[in-house]
Every structure is written in structure tokens, then in C-alpha cells.
Design a binder for this molecule. Sequence first.
Ligand SMILES: *[C@@H]1O[C@H](CO)[C@@H](O)[C@H](O)[C@H]1NC(C)=O
Ligand SMILES: *[C@@H]1O[C@H](CO)[C@@H](O)[C@H](O)[C@H]1NC(C)=O
Ligand SMILES: *[C@@H]1O[C@H](CO)[C@@H](O)[C@H](O)[C@H]1NC(C)=O
Length: 323
Amino acid sequence: MFSKWVFCGFVYFLLGFLNLVEFCSGGITSSYVRNDDLSLDMPLDSDVFRVPPGYNAPQQVHITQGDHEGRGVIISWITPDEPGSNTVVYWAEDSKLKGSANGVVLTYKYFNYTSGYIHHCKIKNLKFDTKYYYEVGIGNTTRQFWFITPPKVGPDAPYTFGLIGDLGQTHDSNRTLTHYESNPVKGQTVLFVGDLSYADDYPFHDNTRWDTWSRFIERNAAHQPWIWTAGNHELDFDPEIVLSLCLPYSIKKRVDLISVISVLIITVVTLLQGETKPFKPYTSRFFVPFRASESTSPLWYSIKRASAYVIILSSYSAYGKNS
Ligand SMILES: *[C@@H]1O[C@H](CO)[C@@H](O)[C@H](O)[C@H]1NC(C)=O
Ligand SMILES: *[C@@H]1O[C@H](CO)[C@@H](O)[C@H](O)[C@H]1NC(C)=O
Ligand SMILES: *[C@@H]1O[C@H](CO)[C@@H](O)[C@H](O)[C@H]1NC(C)=O
């Protein structure tokens, strides 16, 4: 009896498999062949990292969905020299009426790095399927961008998502973004599946590489929402970051008295200035509409957009109540 069922199961499996092979021929859609060599990071003076001209000019402009249904947008940018204005001015393409909204500004420190003034501003109650222009900055250093809101949520609302992950800031990263932008089937929103800047690969998690990365993606992320998911490279968790500066590795390896002293130093240093708050740069720089889906954390939330219901999970958060 048992073996009969096993046999039947196997036959069904086989039929299912053959079925798949026969009817799900996706075909080849790209001639792209992955290169085996690791691509190097683009140097700091690359064109894609250029700082926009003008005193305190807003940089690193990027947008993401700002509510649950796609009628809100969170606009984020950084001013390097002083806080400047928190205001976004926006208007629909077919309207002379300008709206404005005020956001928040924050800074954070990471080891010996201090961020610029990070602005996040939510604009709400936009019309579906409409092109909007928006402006950030003040005086002679305003910058103007645009985006298009999605159609009303519904099962048949046509929409095209792009999928990007592990982007980093190598020459290949630039090729990847260019490839996305030049696709004849224009992506309208990027689902970003984690691992953004790879700044944590640098000594002391050099956070200036978060800035270069955000300047690099601005050309696309200022015009269409990138829906953020955190990966392990967003953790930036390093309680011993200072220790790697004051104790050479060879000394750290020695035992006895030195290890006792080390433990003491580790404890003190950790208390003083180790980086013990996971996702600090990521959550400071990338606001997401987690409250709109009644989530308790920006690391997991959901949005509706056109015909998609997108659920964002975090593989790097502890399992627990409400997580
Ligand atoms: C990155 O790609 C853009 C668009 O293809 C190009 O204009 C730019 O020169 C590239 N920059 C680097 C550093 O590769
Ligand atoms: C912007 O305006 C300030 C004074 O309002 C001036 O000092 C500065 O040179 C101007 N910058 C540019 C790029 O025009
Ligand atoms: C932070 O410290 C590292 C190691 O001493 C140094 O190379 C880097 O230039 C410092 N960065 C800043 C912003 O002071």
C-alpha cells in the first residue's frame, strides 16, 4: 500500500515536472553574460558621485512610497553645510496650483563620521496616475525633479516593477543601473531587495560611501520610488570599531594580562562609542511608510501599488512578538 502511494506520488511528480519543462519555456531575453572578475568601486572623483553646484545644494535626492496605497511619496535629500529648508514645493503637471509640505531633518554620527542634514518630507493625497514636479532647497540652490504616481490600486492596474539588489558602487553597479534605465520596457518603480551601498566594506564603515552611493542612484531614485528592504550590509553593527583602531591585531591575540586588559578596554570602549545600534545609517537615510501598514519597525512593512501587494521582510531581525 505504502509503496503504491509512493509510486503514485513519484509519477505525479514526474508528470508535473515534465509539464513544467514543456510549458514554461521562458526563453532567453538577454544576451548578458556575467563577468567572473570582481569589479572595482568607482573612484571618489567619478562623474556619478559629483556634488551638485551651489552653496548647500540638496543632494542624494530619492523618493519612496509614502502611504499604503500609492497616493503618498516620501522625498528625502541631504544638505551638506547647514539644515536649510525642510519644505518641498510640488505641483501636478496640468495644474498651476502649488502645494508645499514640511518634513523633518536629522543627523547621525557613526564612529568619527557625522552625516549631513538628512531631510525627509512626506507629501500625501496626490492624484493617481499623474505627473508631479517637486522642488527642494532654497534661494539659488533649489533643485527640481518629477515623478509619476501609480494608477489606483486594483487587480488589473498595469504596472512595471524593476528588481535590483546588491547594487554597491562598482563600475558594474553603474552598468546595472544603466541597463535598468535603458530597458525598452520602462520600469516604473524599483523593488530594492537589500544590500545598498556596501559602505561597510570600507575601514570603519566609511559612511562617506553612503553619501557617494546616494548621489550615484539619484539620477533614477529622484524620479521613481525605490522600495527599500534591508540586507546584511545595512546592519553596520560594530561594537569594537574603536578597538580596531587602538589595538593592533597581534596584541589583541595575546592572552593573560593583556586579554584581561583588552576585555576591560572593550567594555569601556563599547560603552563609550562602539556602534551597537544595528541599521543606524540605513534607517536614518531611508525612511519607509511602515506605520501605514501598522508595522512597528521600518525593517518590515507592506505597500499596495497598482496591481501589486508588496510585503517587505527582514532576514536580519530577531524573531519575536510583532516581528
Ligand atoms: C555611469 O553610467 C553613466 C550612464 O551610462 C555614464 O554617463 C557615466 O559616465 C558612467 N560613470 C562611470 C564612472 O562609469
Ligand atoms: C548663492 O547666494 C549666496 C547669497 O545669497 C551667494 O553668496 C552665493 O555665491 C550664491 N551661489 C551661487 C552658486 O550662485
Ligand atoms: C576616521 O578615522 C580613520 C582612522 O583613523 C581615518 O582614516 C579617517 O580619515 C577619519 N575620518 C574622519 C571623518 O575624521
